[in-house]
Design a protein around this ligand. Structure first.
Ligand code: ADP
Ligand code: MG
Length: 421
């Protein structure tokens, strides 16, 4: 066993009394030098799965992440805990980057976060080889590993090159982590990262405290108003819309109704975005009306609802988005309103333009799966986790379908509603 046992590091460095579900077995496996694929929902605690083995093993732990904005945060947190950590990405000026390289050469770092394009340069790989001979490399952690998947929602071509790590450092354990667990993506990760022999650790993707509710669109603003007034006065929440215009309009309208609502989309300048994000994170009861540009890495425990005024692209995207609600484990609502007309226009958007290539086919299938979920009369928890390859007994007793079972589906009424909006 290592000199620093994992549970001692968990307590002494991170200040937590106990591990969460798979953390301990992942950490044990990687600390002993094994490769791992970790599938764990967002907020589940993936970071400790590589941070602790890196601290238990000799040498430097390298964390590859595409999320430049989050590296600084993670590194600051680690430093506050007394762990010597740094990051290397395009946000650093030349002098700061040189300082990190100096720290590396002096073996002063225990954890280095690095953007994939930085890692894959010849100079950097050569430096790693020297470090490997010198003080050793504890592990490579490949965070957000679904970025390697061409069909996923967040493809990063640089991730494809990461197999080089295995070729040049065959003895260094690798741990890939993601919250995207559908089986095609999982297979692609294992294959593309040459992790076929890795041990897989799959956590449950069920979020028992989330109450799923899906309704057909009628008068959306009235529906939203009724939802907020009856269930969420004074609560923090996120409302997702497809377009920037709709984000602005909805936020304006909510403000006029007396709600503390803010808009967020990629068209706002950076200063506004960070100001609004900070208000949402730090103050109580702020409603963020946003496009999907908002949310990556948002770790606010008491988001009480996530509402969708438009359909997300896929069940994975939906799951990621609603995953920002109820991180504190207390009840939270995932509320969505949709219309068949939305589905038709999304299909048309996908099919327009060039020939129906493989990528579009996949996107259409994903949209169909999402529509299947919307129209399903089964327990929502069951449908969601089944999509991620997991069994669920059903009858959660709190989603719309369990609370008000649909005896017969009134297609005429649904079609009329679709045409009227
Ligand atoms: P993920 O990367 O899976 O989305 P993080 O690693 O960012 O999740 O962890 C989410 C939150 O859970 C963090 O605030 C982290 O400190 C906390 N956390 C992780 N593991 C534990 C644990 N064993 N005990 C208590 N809190 C934990
Ligand atoms: Mg993470």
């Amino acid at each position: 066993m290592p000199d620093h046992p994992p549970n001692k590091i968990l307590r002494d460095v991170f200040g937590f009394p106990s591990f969460r579900d798979n953390q301990e077995s992942v950490i044990d496996h990687v600390t002993r030098g094994g490769d791992a694929l970790v599938l764990m929902p967002t907020g589940g605690g993936k970071s400790l799965c590589y941070q602790i083995p890196a601290l238990c093993r000799r040498g430097l732990g390298i964390v590859i992440s595409p999320l430049i904005a989050l590296m600084q945060d993670q590194v600051d947190t680690l430093k506050q805990l007394g762990v010597s950590a740094a990051f290397l990405n395009s946000s650093l000026d030349a002098e700061s980057a040189r300082e990190v390289l100096r720290q590396l050469q002096r073996n002063e770092l225990k954890l280095l976060y690095v953007a994939p394009e930085r890692l894959m340069t010849d100079t950097f790989l050569n430096l790693l080889e020297r470090l490997q001979k010198d003080n050793g490399i504890a592990l490579f952690a490949i965070d957000e590993a679904h970025c390697v998947s061409q069909w996923g929602h967040d493809f990063r071509p640089e991730y494809r090159a990461l197999t080089v790590l295995h070729e040049r450092f065959p003895n260094v354990p690798r741990i890939a982590l993601t919250a995207t667990a559908d089986s095609p993506t999982r297979r692609e990760i294992l294959e593309r990262l040459a992790l076929e022999k890795a041990k897989q650790f799959v956590s449950s993707f069920d979020r028992p405290n989330i109450r799923y509710r899906i309704t057909l669109k009628a008068n959306v603003r009235q529906q939203l108003k009724a939802f907020l007034e009856t269930e969420h006065p004074g609560d923090a929440g996120i409302i997702y819309c497809l377009s920037r215009n709709k984000v602005e309009d909805t936020a304006e309208w909510l403000k006029a109704q007396g709600w503390d609502a803010l808009p967020y989309h990629a068209g706002l300048d950076a200063a506004k975005r960070s100001k609004y994000q900070n208000r949402f994170l730090r103050e109580e009861g702020v409603i963020m009306v946003a496009t999907v540009a908002f949310g990556m890495g948002i770790d606010k425990p008491n988001v009480r609802f996530v509402a969708h005024l438009d359909l997300p692209k896929s069940l994975e995207a939906y799951y990621q988005e609603i995953g920002r609600a109820g991180r504190d484990g207390l009840p939270a609502n995932a509320w969505m309103t949709y219309s068949l007309a939305d589905v038709v226009s999304m299909r048309q958007m996908l099919m327009s333009g060039n020939a129906l290539d493989e990528r579009k086919q996949v996107e259409l299938q994903k949209l169909d799966a999402l529509l299947g979920y919307c129209e399903s009369i089964e327990c929502r928890h069951q449908t969601v986790v089944r999509y991620f390859g997991e069994e669920h007994p059903g009858n959660c007793g709190q989603c719309d379908n369990c609370l008000v079972p649909v005896e017969t589906w009134d297609a005429t009424q649904a079609a009329q509603m679709a045409l009227s909006c």
